[in-house]
Design a protein around this ligand. Structure first.
Ligand SMILES: NC(=O)c1ccc[n+]([C@@H]2O[C@H](COP(=O)([O-])OP(=O)(O)OC[C@H]3O[C@@H](n4cnc5c(N)ncnc54)[C@H](O)[C@@H]3O)[C@@H](O)[C@H]2O)c1
Length: 717
């Protein structure tokens, strides 16, 4: 059995301490321990009250996710909660550290709650496609009122001690939570026999009866922030039961039914896959776990543009001083003012206090001189995407930055080995591909060069964690992981346009599938002119899939930047409006290239775009560019707006069944005669053996000859 509960008596009070490192989840040993300790405290006539706390930095971190899908042997959580709530002696939860999910639900079964100053609470089950199934949906609204409870459960947010006190979750905040809880419960036990039970506090839920507003607001919140997800609707139904049912136990029963539906729902499996996938991504197969990492005390950034500014914010937000260099004084000023505006915006939204802003923004310094980077432990280059320029900069960095500092490039697709080759320290060179806006997007693709050392890689993975990024390693190959897949996907979207679909139809079909933004809206946002300009410069002909986009560029329709692209935009707005004037262009280019435009179903649109992603992902995996299928899913969810509840393209392929994937690829290969649908060898073999992508053997062979002519993405736009 995993975990235990320590039992101690202090001053007539039984102190129960959950001990299940590192975060005290409610594993079978903890459940059994809690139950036994409560029996022991009840049986001991010298005990007058109980304090429940946790060892280490957590009170109770939640359910033991590794038990999901198991046969659930031993004492159930509900048995423990019943025992706790009906304990014949008063119980106080001494919330010493974080109390999340089942941890907070445990505390809600106690008569009282006292929280340490720096602790926090929350019900984050929604992030795993679940709802708080241990009475949380019924008890929390009774303490905070349904509105606050819904906000907490739908966002899964961590609520700090002070706020927990303000909204009624806890009774007190304390500096010495266990000692204070012992005195508190002793005093309560001696002064009264009536100890409150959350289940009986009906006032706030009854108050909300007949008031539709709170549920409508919750529905709007879920529709906006958790589009397509199943669990939020179930949470709202649970709270509706808490509001409308007179009998608490009836509400609990409803919660149990809705919980089970979540548990059996495919979204739950998909979201847990990502939860574990993000943790697994930080492990690099051939880099030993105990590899030394460098201490990063100060960072440098070259280039104060879109990416440089955002990356600088990531470091400052993590409390790491950061120095920005630009070649151009005006650009530098502009860059810094954008950073400040971002922080001011956060202050305006109440996400940061004015003092916090001063502190964080105070960590950002800047100048025009490379010499000012001499004390940095890492420097990240974020200048224009031009290999010669990057060569120049890395040569200069090699001279000015201390010998053991890491030199990283934020390139979206240039050859990291080529960049490393101009330095005397190729083992300290690595790609750190942040996504825009870098201060918000979670993905960090870590590009491993031929000579990047284990220590450099391990340091970047550690710093990624500090910056709260989902860091995924990619081999140094064209487009890395994400942009290589994106290229295949947008190419297919463009082919659909050439064959007869319209941009808004393609976008709507894929947005209904769950993508944050359809491909044409995305291409308009990025700008259609990047690839067009590159092709013009190089005297290259447009590839078939880019013919329409290039023709639009010839008409000065570059996307949002020119208020016209695949869509039209009104001034100052990013909302896409249909552009019927483009249809003549579509007709013309289709016919010039031998396509008779046809009606294309939404099913074909989704199939073709998503299959293109899956097929390319499988190639990426078989070439060893990505370490594991889940890494690809983590990339696509955190960087490209793929719906988390589908678990990423590779998980989605498994859910479809690889035999079905192959069947569909073959079908579209026949219809389109397009190479994109030639099934990947890896998929064919796995499907033949009835295996899944996650079980695919990890290929550890490096492909040296992947060819780095040009970022494949740029070709597409
Ligand atoms: N913008 C994106 O969405 C995005 C996303 C991921 C990666 N990237 C990559 O990040 C890098 C930067 O892109 P960006 O969009 O931030 O560019 P940007 O044009 O917004 O900013 C580039 C900045 O670099 C400065 N600069 C140019 N040469 C310099 C030099 N020699 N020394 C110091 N500063 C110099 C410029 O003055 C400018 O302020 C590129 O490699 C790009 O491919 C961009």
């Amino acid at each position: 059995m995993k975990g235990t509960v320590l039992y101690d008596i202090k001053d007539g009070i039984a102190v129960l301490t959950v001990d299940n490192p590192p975060v005290n989840p409610l594993s079978d040993g903890v459940r059994a321990g809690l139950y036994d300790c409560l029996v022991k405290a009840e049986d001991d006539s010298s005990v007058i009250g109980v304090v429940l706390t946790g060892k280490g930095r957590a009170f109770i971190g939640g359910a033991d996710i590794s038990e999901f899908g198991g046969n659930g042997e031993g004492i159930t959580l509900n048995e423990v909660f019943n025992k706790l709530e009906s304990c014949s002696k008063p119980v106080v939860a001494a919330i010493n550290g974080f109390a999340l999910g089942g941890g907070l639900e445990t505390a809600l079964c106690c008569n009282y709650r006292i929280v340490a100053e720096n602790a926090f609470v929350g019900l984050p089950e929604v992030n795993l496609g679940l709802l708080p199934g241990g009475g949380g949906t019924q008890r929390l609204p009774r303490l905070t009122g349904p509105g606050e409870a819904l906000k907490m459960m739908l966002t899964g947010a961590h609520v700090p001690a002070k706020k927990a006190l303000n909204i009624g979750i806890v009774d007190e905040i304390s500096e010495n939570v266990v000692e204070d809880s012992i005195s508190f419960i002793k005093e309560k036990a001696e002064s009264t026999k009536n100890h409150p039970k959350v289940r009986d506090m009906n006032e706030k839920v009854i108050e909300a009866r007949g008031d539709e507003k709170v549920l409508l607001e919750a529905q709007a919140m879920a529709a906006k922030g958790r589009k397509g997800q199943f669990a939020p609707g179930q949470i709202i139904k649970c709270v509706e039961s808490a509001i409308n049912l007179d009998d608490f136990d009836e509400g609990l029963k409803k919660e149990g039914e809705y919980f089970l539906e979540c548990l059996l729902h495919p979204q739950r499996e998909a979201m847990i896959h990502i939860f574990f996938g993000e943790r697994a991504a930080s492990k690099i197969a051939d880099v030993p776990k105990d590899t030394k990492t460098k201490d990063i005390k100060k960072a440098g950034i070259i280039g104060s543009g879109t990416m440089g500014g955002g990356i600088a914010m990531c470091f400052a937000n993590a409390g790491i001083p950061v120095h920005i260099i630009d070649q151009d004084e005006d650009n530098l000023k502009r860059g810094l003012s954008v950073i400040e505006k971002n922080y001011d915006f956060m202050v305006g939204r109440g996400k940061l206090t004015a003092e916090q802003k001063d502190m964080v923004f105070g960590l950002v310094t800047s100048s025009l001189d490379y010499k000012d980077l001499s004390d940095c432990d890492i420097v990240i280059e974020a200048v224009y995407e031009n290999l010669e320029l990057k060569h120049e900069i890395f040569k200069s960095l090699d001279e000015h930055v201390k010998d053991d500092a890491i030199l990283a490039s934020n390139t979206s697709g240039l050859d990291i080995d080529s960049i490393a080759s101009v330095t005397k320290r190729p083992e300290l060179v690595v790609g750190t591909h942040f996504f825009s806006p870098a201060n918000i997007m979670r993905l960090l693709e870590v590009v491993r060069g031929e000579q990047t050392s284990n220590e450099t890689l391990a340091t970047i993975m550690a710093i990624g964690k500090k910056l709260k990024k989902a860091a995924v390693v990619s081999l140094n190959a064209p487009g890395f992981i994400g942009n290589r897949m994106l290229f295949r996907y947008t190419a297919q979207a463009n082919m659909l346009l050439l064959e007869g679909a319209l941009p808004h139809q393609v976008d709507q079909a894929l947005e209904s599938f769950g993508l944050n933004m359809g491909p044409f809206r995305m291409m308009d946002l990025v700008g259609l002119d990047l690839g067009w300009r590159a092709r013009k410069l190089g005297g290259k002909e447009s590839p078939l899939h880019a013919k329409i986009g290039d023709e639009l560029c010839e008409q000065n329709r570059f996307g949002q930047k020119s208020a016209a692209g695949y869509y039209n935009y009104s001034e100052g707005s990013r909302a896409p409006n249909p552009a019927p004037e483009n249809e003549a262009t579509y007709e013309k280019i289709s016919s010039e290239n031998g396509f008779t435009r046809r009606d294309i179903s939404d099913e074909e649109i989704v199939d073709r775009c998503i299959l293109a992603l899956i097929n390319e992902g499988a190639d990426i995996l078989s070439e060893g560019v990505a370490q594991r299928a889940a890494d690809i899913d983590v990339v696509y969810i955190n960087g490209y707006g793929f719906p988390i509840w589908r678990g990423g393209p590779m998980h989605h392929a498994n859910a479809m069944g690889l035999d079905v994937v192959i069947e569909k690829l073959e079908k579209y290969k026949e219809i389109t005669e397009n190479d994109a649908y030639q099934p990947s060898e890896m998929l064919i073999n796995l499907a033949k053996n009835g295996e899944k992508l996650a079980e695919a053997p990890q290929k550890d062979e490096r492909k040296d000859k992947l060819g780095f002519e040009m970022s494949s993405v740029a070709n597409n736009f």
